[in-house]
Design a binder for this molecule. Structure first.
Ligand code: RIB
Ligand code: CA
Length: 319
């Protein structure tokens, strides 16, 4: 059975791996892509999404999202992903058309056109999904399911001491999305840092992607290799050694296959007023809030199996 996906991403290096992985899956229909500002400005994300979808043969609509978060001033991660968002990669100019709608409107239109069919996958800040909810409050019931890469539950942050990037960029949007989807027929799946950082990507992975780029001559493989090398350089400079945390593809692979991780229900909310903790995703393990769970949290990641699955998918599809 084919899974119809709308991917909302801040492409970004790991977003590019996720988009490529999804494009190579025969059981995935990329119904739409929303370009959300995050790792780099929305316009740069958009250029990356247009180029990647064109090179990957994805003719889905690609819509530009808002150019800033709901409340926070924009912040970017040039050090992590490079000013162009894809590290050392040199991209051709896109020749394909963008969709003229806003990212929020694309969310709403696709969900209304395909009630109960579309799976949402958010791999960046939640700005445009929150804006889409303001247009169509029924989104949680129109979407088949929502999968999100974001947050850090009882785990250090990667942006602030307690906050993860996708949430920290736009905490108000994340809080609104969690509140709205708490009443969805199926809770959102949340792939937080403790899950995605359990996937250790070391030098041999970079070597395999470099080798794929060299032997295939495939332009997407070359982009991924040049992007990943920059990501390794950043992680090494950030004290993690010659490695990378490749967050988004794990959430994408679980969304499509249901494999590589388990889930457990948990009431999660976003801190908005903490002096030191704004943007933290707080999980209520002991039920102190007396609230129903708001997410299905990814747990027990089968990291090695996932990494091999990702690489073999890329090697088979980009050869
Ligand atoms: O914290 C990791 C997340 O932030 C990933 O989605 C990465 O691409 C950035 O968006
Ligand atoms: Ca991302």
């Amino acid at each position: 059975m084919t899974l119809a996906l709308l991917v909302d991403c801040d492409t970004g290096i790991d977003d590019a791996f996720a988009l490529t992985y999804l494009a190579l899956r025969e059981d995935v229909e990329m119904a739409g892509v929303v370009s959300t500002g995050g790792n780099v400005p929305a316009a740069v994300v958009h250029r990356n999404n247009l180029v990647l979808t064109e090179l990957l043969g994805i003719d889905a609509p690609v819509a530009l999202g808002a150019d800033r978060p709901l409340v926070e001033p924009p912040m970017f991660a040039d050090d992590t992903h490079g000013p162009g968002g894809l590290g050392h990669a040199v991209l051709p100019e896109p020749t394909r058309a963008e969709d003229p709608r806003s990212g929020a409107q694309l969310w709403v239109d696709l969900a209304r056109e395909r009630p109960g069919e579309l799976v949402g996958l958010v791999l960046g800040p939640h700005t445009n999904l929150a804006l889409a909810l303001a247009i169509e409050p029924e989104l949680p019931r129109l979407l088949r399911r929502l999968h999100v890469m974001g947050g850090a539950i009882h785990h250090r942050g990667n942006t602030g001491p307690t906050s993860e990037w996708n949430i920290a960029v736009d905490p108000e949007a994340a809080q609104r999305v969690l509140a709205a989807f708490a009443s969805a027929p199926r809770l959102p799946v949340l792939g937080a840092l403790q899950a995605t950082e359990s996937v250790h990507v070391h030098g041999e992975v970079l070597e395999r992607v470099e080798q794929l780029a060299g032997t295939s001559g495939n332009p997407v493989a070359r982009i991924l290799a040049d992007a990943l090398r920059f990501y390794f350089e950043f992680h090494e400079s950030d004290g993690f050694g010659w490695s990378a945390h490749v967050h988004d593809p794990l959430v994408a692979a679980h969304a499509v296959t249901g494999d590589f991780a388990s889930t457990r229900p948990l009431a999660v909310d976003v801190e908005l007023t903490g002096t030191l903790t704004r943007g933290q995703t707080v999980g209520d393990e002991l039920g102190r809030w007396g609230r129903e769970p708001t997410v299905d949290l990814l747990t027990h990641v089968q990291a090695d199996a996932f990494v091999e699955h990702l690489l073999s998918t890329l090697e088979a599809g980009l050869r």
